[in-house]
Every structure is written in C-alpha cells, then in structure tokens.
Design a protein around this ligand. Sequence first.
Ligand SMILES: Cc1ncc(COP(=O)(O)O)c(C=O)c1O
Length: 442
Amino acid sequence: MSDKLIKNTPIDDSVVKNKIEQSGLEKVGLASIRELVRLVNEIEKETGEKYIRMEMGVPGLPPAQVGIQGEIEALKSGVASKYPMIEGVDCLKKEISRFVKNFINIDVDEKNCIPTVGSMQGGFASFLVSCRRDIKKDTTLFIDPGFPVQKMQHNVLGLKYETFDVYNYRGDKLKAKLEEYLSKGNISTILYSNPNNPSWICFTEKELQIIGELATKYDVVVMEDLAYFAMDFRKDLSKPGVPPYQPSVVHYTDNYILLISSSKSFSYAGQRIGMMVISDTLARRRFPDLKRFYKTDEFGYSMIYGAIYSLSSGTSHSAQYGLAAILKAVNDGEYNFIDDVKEYGERAKIMKKIFTDNGFKIVYDMDENEPLADGFYFTFSYPGMDGVELLEKLLYYGVSAIALATTGSERTEGIRACVSQTSRDQFDDLEYRLKAFNKHHS
Ligand SMILES: Cc1ncc(COP(=O)(O)O)c(C=O)c1O
C-alpha cells in the first residue's frame, strides 16, 4: 500500500513515486544535485505544489547592482567584440589584489590575481597545474566533506584523490591525520572549502596553521576554496582593512592558491566569474615536470598561458568589468556585501530550529569548542534513518536536499540543506511538512 494511503503525505505520493521511477535513478538519495533539481522540477510541475528546495546552492538574493552597472557600461563601450586578456583586465587585477589585502590581510602581486570562469574553472585549471607539477606527487587530498563536483573534475581529468572526513579530526588531531597522508609522498595538493560546503564548519586559526605548516613541510599546494568568502557571520568580516579578517591558510604557508567565488558573496553566480589568487612565491617557482604539459616550468606562467588559455582563453570581458566595479565599491568601503547576504544566516537559524523542534538533529554542530555558525548550509538527520533513505522519504513531504553520502562525509545519516532558496514566507509550509513527517515516523 502506498505511503499516501497510509499516512496522507503532503505531496501526492503516486506522482512522487512515478517520477522517481521514471527518472531512471538507481537510488534517488544518491542522485547528483542537478539530477535532483530535474526530478523535483518535474514533480512540482505535475502536482502544482511548491517544494522547500534545499538541494542546490544557488544564490536566492538579487545580484550586486554595482556589478550590473559596471557590465552595462563595459558592454556599451564595445568590449563584447574584443577578446579579453587571458590574465584578466588590469582594473580587475588591481581590485582583486586590493581585496585580498583588505579582507585577508595578505599582499599578492596583481600579476597573480587572475579572473576565472567561476571558481569551478579556477579549480579545474589549478588541478591541471598543481596536480601535474611533480611526477611523484599525483594525488589530491580532499579534506572532506566537500563539494562533489571537484571530485567529478578529478574523474574527468583522470587524476587520483584521497579523502577523509575531518569531523573526527578537529583541532590538534588534524596534524597526525594529515601527516598520515602527506608522509607517503604522493600528495600534490590539499583541497578544502572554508566555510565548508556542505557542513558549514569553519576551520579555526589553529587548524589553518596546522594545514599551512604541513603544506610547507611536505611541499604540498593548498587550494583554499573560499566560495563563501566572509560568510561566517559570527564575526564581522565586512570592513575593508580592519580586523578580523577572513581566516586563511595564507598566513602559514607560501604554497597556496585561493579560489574566491563571486557567486554567493556577491550573488553573481550567473555571470560565471571568480578569482584565482596564487601566492607570489608559488607563482614564481619552477617545476621541471610541468614541461611534460606546458612550454615552461614556471607555475604561474603555466597556469595562465597553459591551463587557462587552453580552457577558455580567459574570462568574459564584461563580467570582468562587473566584478571590478563590485570589488572597487567594496574596497573603497562604499558597498558592504555582507549586509546583503547575512540574511542566509538569519534564515538558517530559524530553519534549524524548525527541524530540531520536529525530531531532527543537526549533524555537524561544532567548530572545536564553538557552536557552528548559521549560514548558507546546515546538515541534519532523523533518528533511525540513513541519509539516502531520509532524502527519498522527504520528497513525499515536499522537501528536497542532498545526502551527505555524496560529499565524502562519513556521517551517512546526514543530509545537507541549503537555505538560499527558502524564503521566509515558506517557513510555515516547512513546519507543517516536517511536523507531518515526524508524526508519521516517530
Ligand atoms: C565549495 C564550492 N566551491 C566552488 C563552487 C563553485 O563556485 P563558482 O560558482 O564560482 O564556480 C561552489 C558552488 O557552489 C562551492 O560550493
């Protein structure tokens, strides 16, 4: 007998069931984000019911207006007909360099501040160089949980990777765990996001120091993915040139590449522009093994005139001017981007409470001794169910998300919820649906 007949689920269960069957997905709970998006779109279309859409990390706020204005002016001036410089237009490079000085307190030459087609491309290009610079170091270490697409990029490139879930190795314990991997000598690159997608943990200064010092000791490149730049709303990281700054590994090693996305912090995902910032020291370094793939053995040169050139010949011209305008306003203290996005933290606080009031538990909940920040994502579970099963069940209750099992997390009971697409006027619906779920399953 169907769930609906027994329990009267908020969404017509025969439609959900049919759509799941038609999707051809072996296990809907293990579907990729985009597969779930498609499935839920179809259920919504057929039932006319609006889901609480928490599966995809897409900004739910309007784009930074100053960027749009910058792009319009650039387009009117005729940039659309011209190829942009691969290394980026001067005004943007200057503002990126100012931005990292103002918000991370680090000096990087404009030369090594490079626009990319989103951080997605910045990551791909970095893998093409960082993971091929030493024939003996052919493996990336993901400090998980993480963004599944970066592992897909590894698969597409035929690159090897290893991973561990950092949940049980916070604080001092991180050192021994990292050394276990690094001492083998095969790791080229360490990758993590901070704040972390999906768990929203934020590394402490102590943890960043451990990562940085070990990266130097074992000559490993740290790719620090700052897709949610300054979005740890527990601290005010929004003032240019004033501490506290966005915490970063840059203070503990010269072996770093920063990937700074404009998608979430500036709600600029559609324009596909991000920033890659390579440490001046690393950019200058020579790695003879790079010559297997590039004309030169210099790290920074290979990145720009090897990897980024062959991927897309640079980044859309008008988007570069748009981002330059945003960064200039931010650097000059005229635009406080955090004011625009801290709504995510406020939503998360309320949504987490709706979940915990209805029998759910928060999975990743602490940064060492400090409660986790409220931000773009949170993770939850329901007693007695694994995440894959829970995700499928929640579809009958009009709630969609992704299973932590797809993110390298060992907390397979968990689910990642993204708050960005749930507006405040849906909170009553969310509450009603979770109450029904809890009533039927407790
Ligand atoms: C951790 C992480 N890295 C990278 C990206 C991709 O960023 P972009 O939109 O700049 O390509 C995302 C997007 O969700 C992300 O969560």
